[in-house]
Design a protein around this ligand. Structure first.
Ligand SMILES: NC(=O)c1ccc[n+]([C@@H]2O[C@H](COP(=O)([O-])OP(=O)(O)OC[C@H]3O[C@@H](n4cnc5c(N)ncnc54)[C@H](OP(=O)(O)O)[C@@H]3O)[C@@H](O)[C@H]2O)c1
Length: 219
């Protein structure tokens, strides 16, 4: 059985992923209701998140070296980071109470000092792919080793468009916010390289003016 992948994003009416502050509580309420086994997150999204919400990266403490011991109903955070960009930052993610623990996806070209950093801190990691992570193989290993059968993406255009282009996405969940970003927007689907047929599964409007739309991706 294939792993189920749901893309979930907050966008503006003109499809930008950036340039506004999404309704975070609604965004993550919807995400949580999917009860995913894991969130799949791009390294750039983590970096932007730390910049947006963190005042300063807190000092790493001895307790940060231990795996989190949170309940198995919590989702893993699976982060694609073949370049080791998040060296020195991962404890900020591990500390988040809604993350079971972190699993890092790396490749054969990932710098050795990053692998050492991961090992010393008992971060779980999976090595696939030569340069970049081989996402299909990584997902297979996630399924076999960690029972990850349903993944909700929490990522930007780059990673989610790769997943769409690989034909790996089952469902697209969009929380459309009532604003237009215009020429400075970062349009969600502009790297998709083929036509995709969708089927509307659900739509719902909220008092804050957001509309939630859920589409299945036709095979
Ligand atoms: N509104 C929303 O719902 C929402 C949600 C999330 C993020 N965002 C915004 O989106 C922006 C960040 O998104 P982004 O599009 O720059 O990047 P991203 O999707 O966060 O990160 C790019 C990811 O793609 C991976 N990647 C690139 N090429 C690959 C390949 N050939 N094979 C496998 N993996 C590959 C990279 O891995 P490596 O590190 O290994 O290269 C990296 O993890 C931020 O501004 C953030 O605020 C918005």
């Amino acid at each position: 059985m294939e792993t189920e992948i749901i893309i979930h994003n907050s966008i503006s009416l003109d499809s930008s992923l950036t340039g506004f502050m999404p309704d975070m509580s609604l965004h993550y309420k919807i995400a949580g209701d999917y009860k995913p086994d894991a969130h799949l997150i791009g390294s750039e999204t983590i970096i932007k998140g730390i910049e947006m919400f963190g005042e300063e990266v807190p000092e790493e403490l001895p307790g940060d070296f231990n795996p989190s011991n949170r309940h198995s109903s919590m989702p893993w955070w699976v982060i694609v980071d073949s370049g080791g960009k998040l060296k020195g930052f991962l404890h900020t993610c591990r500390r988040l109470e809604y993350c079971r623990d972190i699993i890092i996806l790396v490749s054969e070209r990932t710098p050795g000092d990053y692998i050492t950093y991961l090992k010393e801190r008992n971060y779980k990691f999976i090595v696939t792919g030569k340069e970049k992570v081989d996402l299909r193989m990584a997902l297979e290993q996630l399924r076999e080793e960690f029972n990850v059968a349903r993944i909700l993406t929490d990522t930007g255009r780059v990673l989610l468009n790769i997943l769409l282009n690989m034909g790996m996405v089952n469902e697209i969940s969009l929380l459309v916010h009532p604003l237009i970003i215009g020429e400075n927007g970062y349009s969600i689907f502009s790297n998709v390289n083929r036509n995709l047929n969708l089927k509307l599964k659900k739509s719902e409007q909220f008092e804050n003016g957001c509309v939630w739309m859920v589409y299945s991706v036709e095979p």
